[in-house]
Design a protein around this ligand. Structure first.
Ligand code: 173
Length: 323
């Protein structure tokens, strides 16, 4: 009797010590963009979907945005496994992987890049340099613009001091500007104090942190395609079982598939809202606009290739518009 009980106890120990396939896993997530703002919302929707579908299987603990971690540190934290899931853009972690900033230069939709080898080429770099999986791009079809408080009459930014991230550095400098890098959280104060004459930012999101109050002009056309994506630490991913991965994959695929239509709608909404807020459009026309865009891509690629002579030219082939 005693022996039987001991055997049962022992068996119970084994059962509890061996993680059953259905043990719930919790991943830690941080966003480089402030909670509930434009570029955090699609990520938050991803988390909601995972947490709704993943009850008892997988959950994401959303630690928060820049109040939890400085935006330019999120990439390194993901690489080191301090967090398991990140919402960020390539320009914010060029310290870990300079090639990541090249996503802004894609002129093909992600669905095509996932087939033409471009995604696979980048995925290898993410694995090698960042121990990460580039999981889903939830922001695409969303151009960047130059916003100003001083008017310009030509595509010449000589004498202007502009707030940048690596996204805009080479282009704005090529047009003669002086640049200063800041996180989004410092833009309002920089504008308010007149430390900068303008800034780079996509067409959507300037209302999130109140910048419309300190912005006089938007320069058209927009350029590039803003990229914000969900990244997952590779070691954390490798530990997941198939059911856990499937829940993440499904929510990630949805986020990426929804991006183009989501921004087609939001771009229009924010353009209208900017006009209503009194922001004037400086429209570069015809030949000037064409040169402006050519310069944007030329300077952008030159920057990527300078930072990564090995991979830059290959990425340019994958990402550029078909001839
Ligand atoms: O301007 C920025 O901070 C920036 O690089 C960026 C990138 C993608 C989306 C929004 C902003």
């Amino acid at each position: 009797m005693i022996a039987r009980r001991a055997a049962l106890l022992l068996a119970a120990c084994f059962v509890s010590a061996t993680p059953a396939l259905s043990d719930e896993v919790t991943l830690r997530a941080v966003s480089a963009f402030a909670e509930k703002t434009t570029y955090a919302r699609p990520f938050e929707k991803f988390i909601e979907r995972v947490n709704a579908e993943g009850k008892g299987v997988i959950q994401i603990n959303y630690i928060g945005g820049p109040k939890a971690m400085p935006p330019f540190e999120v990439g390194n934290a993901l690489k080191g496994g301090v967090i398991d899931v990140a919402n960020s853009t390539g320009a914010f972690y060029t310290n870990v992987m300079p090639e990541a900033d090249a996503w802004k230069l894609t002129q093909r939709p992600m669905a095509e890049l996932r087939k033409n080898g471009g995604y696979d080429y980048m995925a290898k770099l993410y694995a090698e340099k960042m121990n990460a999986i580039f999981f889903a791009r939830h922001t695409d079809n969303n151009p960047f613009h130059l916003y100003l408080n001083k008017p310009i009459a030509a595509a010449d930014l000589t004498g202007l001091k502009l707030r940048i991230t690596p996204v805009y550095r080479d282009f704005f400098q090529a047009l003669g500007a002086t640049v200063v890098q800041t996180a989004p959280g410092e833009v309002y104060t920089a504008l308010e104090r007149g430390v900068v004459d303008g800034y780079g930012w996509p067409v959507t999101g300037i209302f999130d942190l109140g910048w419309h109050e300190k912005t006089k002009y938007r320069v058209d056309p927009g350029f590039y395609s803003a990229e914000v994506s969900i990244l997952i630490n590779k070691t954390a991913w490798d530990k997941l079982d198939d059911a856990q991965r499937a829940i993440l994959r499904k929510a990630g695929d949805l986020a990426e598939a929804e991006a183009a239509a989501l921004y087609a709608s939001e771009n229009g909404t924010d353009i209208k809202r900017q006009a209503e807020a009194g922001i004037q459009t400086i429209k570069l026309d015809g030949a000037v606009a064409k040169t402006y865009l050519e310069k944007a891509y030329e300077a952008g690629w030159a920057g990527v290739i300078r930072q990564s002579p090995e991979h830059g030219p290959k990425l340019r082939e994958f990402f550029s518009a078909g001839k």
